[in-house]
Design a protein around this ligand. Structure first.
Ligand SMILES: Nc1ncnc2c1ncn2[C@@H]1O[C@H](COP(=O)(O)OP(=O)(O)OP(=O)(O)O)[C@@H](O)[C@H]1O
Ligand SMILES: [Mg+2]
Length: 270
């Protein structure tokens, strides 16, 4: 494995609202960064295990998962697996991760467990993305404590901003107590439908509310993006020419620019 000279930037993909595109964003952005030749680790931190199955791994047949790694029952190397994309490594999860929530509750430093596991890996990757569950549970708090920044996917539908203030309040609390460096790394507008006024209005509202932190590239509602997980492939291996693949590549480039990592490697088109 190629070791990056730079310490990884750790980003949590979070929004406690269900079905807004967290996992699609986590997989597609991780894959985009890998396509741009950045060494990436995607941590599935949701007991639903959707990022795991979306990358073609049978989550019911896993011997070791993020749960074992988090609890000290397995080394990272026993859990991590390479994917069909060079540069992209997956730390898979399945429903066993529910157990971690229950067990951690009784422990000291329970919010810091993921951070303690990820910090030693920072010199191996340029980006570490964490796919969070749809809740503000202890798992999500662990991700916020471990992260440098949060990526918030917001669906371009009615009630788009509903619940976002709770996420921002939770981030503020984490910043005050456990992770002063936590920032809002970006807002990803998802499932945008150019044909509807509603989508346009909601996107305007998201931009008014969050300003420049919203990525310029917007993720369209796309059948190809919705289909890709059932084939166990990131969008770039399923349909690289699709609008969804283009959008996530655009977001990856914006992210690299924002992070000042644009020239860190000689990536194609970057
Ligand atoms: N841009 C898109 N166009 C069409 N379908 C999409 C798009 N993004 C996501 N989807 C589909 O919408 C559903 C929800 O997306 P996804 O699983 O990424 O959301 P999530 O926020 O991770 O959900 P959960 O809260 O359950 O973890 C999935 O079926 C996914 O394939
Ligand atoms: Mg998900």
């Amino acid at each position: 494995m190629k070791h990056s000279p730079r310490a990884a930037r750790v980003l949590a993909v979070a929004n406690q609202k269900g079905g807004v595109g967290k996992t699609t964003t986590a997989i597609s952005l991780a894959a985009s960064l890998a396509v741009l030749e950045r060494e990436v680790l995607l941590v599935d931190f949701d007991p639903q295990g959707n990022a795991t199955s979306g990358l073609g791994v049978d989550k019911s047949a896993l011997f070791r998962t993020s749960y074992d790694w988090l609890g000290g029952g397995a080394a990272f190397e026993e859990v991590a697996r390479s994917t069909d994309l060079p540069h992209l490594t997956l730390a898979p999860a399945n429903r066993h991760l529910v157990g971690a929530e229950v067990e951690l509750v009784h422990e000291e430093r329970r919010e810091r467990r993921l951070k303690e596991k990820l910090d030693p890996l920072r010199d191996r990757y340029e980006y570490i993305l964490i796919d969070c569950p749809p809740s503000l549970s202890l798992l999500t708090v662990n991700a916020l404590v471990a992260a440098d920044g949060v990526l918030v996917p917001i669906q371009c539908e009615y009630y788009a901003l509903e619940g976002v203030s709770e996420l921002l309040t939770t981030m503020e609390r984490v910043r005050e107590s456990l992770n002063p460096g936590l920032g809002l790394a970006g807002v990803v507008a998802t499932m945008w439908d150019e044909r509807t006024n509603l989508s346009r209005q909601v996107l305007d509202e998201i931009r008014r509310h969050f300003g420049a932190v919203v990525f310029e590239h917007v993720v369209p509602r796309s059948v190809r993006l919705a289909e890709a997980p059932s084939f166990g492939k990131p969008i770039h291996l399923y349909d690289v020419k699709s609008k969804g693949a283009e959008a996530y590549l655009g977001i990856a480039r914006e992210l690299l620019r924002r992070d000042g990592r644009r020239k860190a490697a000689s990536a194609p088109g970057c």
